[in-house]
Design a binder for this molecule. Sequence first.
Ligand code: HEC
Ligand code: HEC
Ligand code: HEC
Ligand code: HEC
Ligand code: HEC
Ligand code: HEC
Ligand code: HEC
Length: 403
Amino acid sequence: MKKTCILFALILFTLVFTSCKNSSDDYIDPRGTDYAGSESCIQCHQTQYDLALKSSHFKATAPATLENVLGDFDKGNHTFIYDKDTKLVMEKRGDSLFQILYKNGKEVQAHKFEIVFGTKHAQTSVYWRENNTYELPVSYYNSINNWATSPGFPADKPYFDRMVVKDCYSCHASNASSRDVNQNSAEKNMMSMDVEDIIKKETIVYGIDCERCHGPAKKHVEFHLKNPNVKIANSITSFKNLSKQQRLDACALCHAGNDGMKLKSRFDFKPGDNLSEFYRATRSITDTAQFDVHGNQFRLMAQSKCFINSEKMDCITCHNPHENASKNMASYSKICMSCHQDLKHNEQTQKIMPEKLMASNCVECHMPKKASGAIKFQLSSSKQLSEYILRTHKIGIYPMDKK
Ligand code: HEC
Ligand code: HEC
Ligand code: HEC
Ligand code: HEC
Ligand code: HEC
Ligand code: HEC
Ligand code: HEC
């Protein structure tokens, strides 16, 4: 108790002290005083900031404002019909958006969009009930430009009780906790493990931000503000100095599925940490299992000969970590060719596609799009499950259908 008081006093003192010196610096990050917040990076890293701000990582979660929510609310298709008496309507009321359940034309439940998850292929949203968030039963899918059941939700009756637990936030946000900034770190750890299912709204740091990937950077910011002539990075982990495994782990944290046995909260991971201390994998990477194309890029990539037989392949080989996956497939071919200069396809393959065209289409044939086994959804009044398509990261030779 005494310790906590001293710590609290110390934190308060530093806060007051720093805010006296620099009045613009009154931002307090919910993760603690060793975090500076993404806004503080702009002044020195405008390029990275401008890119990252537009990325899916930054939008992996966001407050459900009118700009952030996808889909139709007043025009077009905004009704999901469960049966002849029961329907769910997406409605805009004032500045808020709702999913409203009607029975025989009468409103029986209204749930507000509070937080959105995702933008690229799909967007699901949650509402608050007490200290927890619950998934709304209908989500928006870009592939069909329409609303359909949230993954795993029934299409014949509305369901409002699927809790979206802290685990979801640990891959889609930079913080979500039940702890206070002032707690000491031993307490923090206990809290983050124990009270998994309580989320303090004011502690959420939306999206995957700079410090989620780079670690706490307050010291780095302070150092460089004080020493503007120093051009060598201080007090920040450099990815260049990390081992290949550490670099892979920094992405695999969220891109290697979710079936391992959890040892520590994913939120506590910093670049340079070993993922094996956070998870005990239930399956080895060389497992011949069929990993799902959703959320498991790392394990799929790790099954490819490109990865196994080359020294240097990691996620950054093909992706700028501050940008979305490129839509320009030809740009990836150049990367493929950097390792496959003297490639020669056989005659049969060349018949399918002339060599010239092939040169810019490696990905189409060797990383084809596949349906996820984990995510499926149903349109209003459709008995059929629709597929959720992503590109596989298992680079390989796939059977050719004549294109
Ligand atoms: C006052 C200026 C300043 C601010 C503010 C600042 N940095 Fe830096 N940062 C630098 C300088 C200088 C370097 C070294 C030169 C370079 O790589 O651009 C650097 C380098 C880096 C590097 C590369 C490290 C390496 O060696 O690979 C990362 C990552 C980084 N900063 C992250 C951040 C993040 C995250 C923030 C915001 C929380 C931030 N910086 C805020 C000045 C700043
Ligand atoms: C804290 C979790 C987390 C970490 C760490 C992380 N990602 Fe992601 N990443 C996500 C989530 C969640 C999405 C999906 C975001 C969305 O669309 O809502 C995503 C999306 C992506 C995308 C697709 C973006 C698009 O729209 O095309 C790429 C590419 C990607 N991540 C690469 C990486 C790489 C490379 C690293 C390591 C440097 C990394 N990620 C680290 C969680 C993470
Ligand atoms: C998804 C994880 C991720 C996020 C989010 C992220 N970075 Fe990075 N960043 C990386 C990785 C990985 C590298 C190393 C890239 C390399 O070595 O090619 C890097 C490199 C850098 C560098 C070194 C110069 C460069 O561009 O390679 C700076 C500076 C930097 N990041 C700043 C930022 C800032 C500022 C933000 C937020 C606006 C941010 N990063 C967000 C993963 C991330
Ligand atoms: C282990 C990390 C992880 C966990 C846990 C996780 N996700 Fe994701 N999620 C991802 C990644 C990575 C992507 C993007 C790439 C993909 O689909 O493979 C993604 C994609 C999504 C998308 C589609 C985003 C888009 O822009 O298209 C939604 C929606 C989503 N997740 C919601 C959730 C919800 C809700 C939960 C909890 C029930 C959850 N996720 C748990 C990592 C995770
Ligand atoms: C870092 C180097 C590297 C990169 C980048 C790379 N590969 Fe490879 N790839 C390899 C190596 C090494 C092998 C194994 C060759 C062997 O075993 O003879 C391989 C094997 C392959 C194979 C044969 C797979 C099999 O199962 O037989 C295909 C197909 C392939 N690569 C396609 C691609 C494509 C397409 C890309 C770009 C999306 C790519 N590679 C990027 C290094 C790389
Ligand atoms: C050999 C090149 C290559 C490597 C290595 C690679 N990717 Fe990709 N990645 C791609 C291509 C190509 C796409 C597809 C872009 C598209 O279709 O729009 C992609 C797309 C993605 C997407 C978006 C999926 C979707 O369909 O929207 C995510 C997430 C992603 N990569 C994460 C990762 C992660 C994490 C790693 C490391 C484990 C990684 N990638 C390594 C080439 C690569
Ligand atoms: C039209 C589909 C198609 C396209 C486009 C394509 N490939 Fe292939 N590739 C195949 C097929 C089929 C095979 C197996 C039969 C063969 O070797 O021709 C193959 C085999 C390979 C192999 C293994 C054979 C060997 O010699 O080691 C590599 C490596 C490879 N492709 C890389 C690439 C790269 C890099 C690109 C882009 C420059 C590319 N492929 C474009 C269909 C394609």
